[in-house]
Design a protein around this ligand. Sequence first.
Ligand code: NAD
Length: 319
Amino acid sequence: MKKALVTGGLGFIGSHLVDRLLQDGWQVSVLDNQLTGRPSNLAHHKENRALDIVEGDVRDFETLSKVTVGCDAVFHLAAHALMRVSLGDHRADLEHNVIGTLNVLESMTANKVPDLVFASTSALYGEAAVVPTPEDYSGIQTSLYGAAKLAGEGYASAYTQFAPMRFWAFRFGTVLGERCRRGAIWDFERKLIENPKELPILGDGKQSKDYLSVKDCVDGIMLGYEKSSRGVNIFNLGLQEQTTVNQLADIVIEEMGLLGVRKTYSGGPRGWVGDNPVVYLSVEKIKALGWKPTVSPAQVIRATARWTLQELGGYRAPS
Ligand SMILES: NC(=O)c1ccc[n+]([C@@H]2O[C@H](COP(=O)([O-])OP(=O)(O)OC[C@H]3O[C@@H](n4cnc5c(N)ncnc54)[C@H](O)[C@@H]3O)[C@@H](O)[C@H]2O)c1
């Protein structure tokens, strides 16, 4: 039985990846500090002896050096992904995402773990001048989060030069699905439950993104991992169909059964510093390996909006 460590496995994408690894017959250890993740995301595996959950931090090398023993692969998803928080705490991304990744690499080297699969991000392309943006595009960084992920990729690539290790990076845009507890849908529904007459939108609502379902994301990670074998393997994962924030808001409003909602805008093309107005990734490279997304943006937005509404306790129109 192959053994994997999933850092950040209690989080949104990490917990879906754990589902998939267990389904594929892996023995899985999760390391998570519960910064944003929660045990309830994996509660359905409570009786599964192939899963072991360790509460711990990737900033702590000692813990990592224990949990990587005997692993065939580390799926490193733990991250501080709170872009707006890092504007007030400039060390957060460095510590969680760069030092954390360095600790992962060091512990893997010490324990001779051969494969590192890394959750990277389209944020590292900045405001890309080329769309669809290919993997070899290099842009100016617009967020500390993107800069830290780029540094993580850089360190991992360099380790492959001297450590017996292969590296996969998957750069995704915006991923949606069940267990996603932040981002536009979560934010909009919370605001609309509070005031169903008005929806304040950050930016001008014209930001356009490629909303990818978590199922297609996890399928892409596993397919890319299994079907490529270079020292360094880097793939974008996204949809070729663009959706604006306004379109997403309309679906959310419809799913909540609201009428006559007035949308207001904070203005400007960006919702916050580091919000790249257009995220449109070239996915030719992963498609050439046979990856084919199965869920449309409208489907995943609608499904996530429904799940979120349930999670937030639902909305009842005043009678
Ligand atoms: N969700 C997206 O749209 C998206 C897009 C691009 C990249 N990513 C990347 O994918 C990965 C998963 O993202 P997600 O959306 O599931 O986020 P998430 O916040 O739900 O998951 C991150 C997990 O990492 C854990 N964590 C954070 N810091 C840690 C630390 N220092 N030590 C141990 N655990 C720690 C959190 O508790 C959480 O469970 C992240 O690396 C993120 O940067 C996500």
